[in-house]
Design a protein around this ligand. Sequence first.
Ligand code: PMP
Length: 381
Amino acid sequence: MNFLYFDNNASTRVLPQVMQAMQPWFCEQYGNPSSSHPLGQFSKQALLSARKAVAGFLNAKPNELVFTSGATESNHMAILGALATDPTRKKIVTSVVEHSSTLLLLDHLAMQGIEVVRVPVDGNGTLDLACLEQAVTADTALVTLMHANNETGVVFPIKQAAAIAHSQGALFHTDAAQTAGKITLDVCQLDCDLLSFSGHKLHAPKGVGVLFARRGAGIPALIHGHQERHQRGGTENLPGIVGLGVACRLAEQYLVGGTDRTASLRDRLERELLQRIPFARINGAGPRVSNTTSLCFSGCSGEELLHSLGQAGVMASQGSACTADGTEPSHVLQAMGLSRHDALASIRFSLSRETNEAEIEVLLQSTIAITRRMISLPVAA
Ligand code: PMP
């Protein structure tokens, strides 16, 4: 099938170099890294070298990483772990626009008596730092905030938020699923205690991710077993971890200049869509990751637009793939003040480092033609 892929915030293509690096660890070098025989020891070495690569990518120490199944698990480990570190602190502070993997866990914890405070955002999707400062108190166990929003790409001021958390003795966690491979991540510079991301958002496979847990953060295991220094039991997903290590190295190369290329493609897309579609506008402003645009085509049905784009071979999405059934408006866009109608008229295009001018051209032509037809405007105005 010939298609154009603009849903890279949902998942990315595994890069050929990543696939090639993973290959031997399925059928040839399939030893368990915990086995003492040579095949097991080869696997252990591969695990060590991937751990070093990912640690370098985050400016962390190798023994501060726990390999997980992805950001959902890492977020759970960070949140539940932070609560377990100090039983006198029973409050978690977060934002209203977090990913469902955080929000649904927090809903569950709230039912069990944990106080959860959700800090609002403004019309641009920017975090209300004054409100965050008020919300964080001496009984706060953790402040957990996404680094960039998966729907709008808006980047939160993580360093300032971490300082607010630390001023009250709380731990600070960031969900970096949408910034890994798009912004240089430096856990020292960000001053976070905990950081999560998933491999499949940066061209590694699905089912592998990381939790960075600063030494001394004291996060206990969720899954017990001897692996990962007793922090996460279960035989390691070695091919996935090897792939993640290579993907992090490739992302480091892309981050030197590559994000500017992506931003200029995204900016051209936005500029021309706004010029040709008078009822279109961008959701979110201020610092944004380079690959994401969320657009509201007022008066159109986002669901129908996606369907028509899909028929034209263009893959996009209405927002989070994890909640996307098209009938419920996005909680992110509504938190930014969009009406239910405008939220349902919005769609997200997310580019990758592989996106090129020719693909942007086709996307422009299809979107302009479909939306203008939907709203009964002549296609070629
Ligand atoms: N957090 C954010 C911001 C995300 O975008 C996603 C993936 N949509 C996740 C967490 C969860 O990642 P995974 O499904 O790989 O566990």
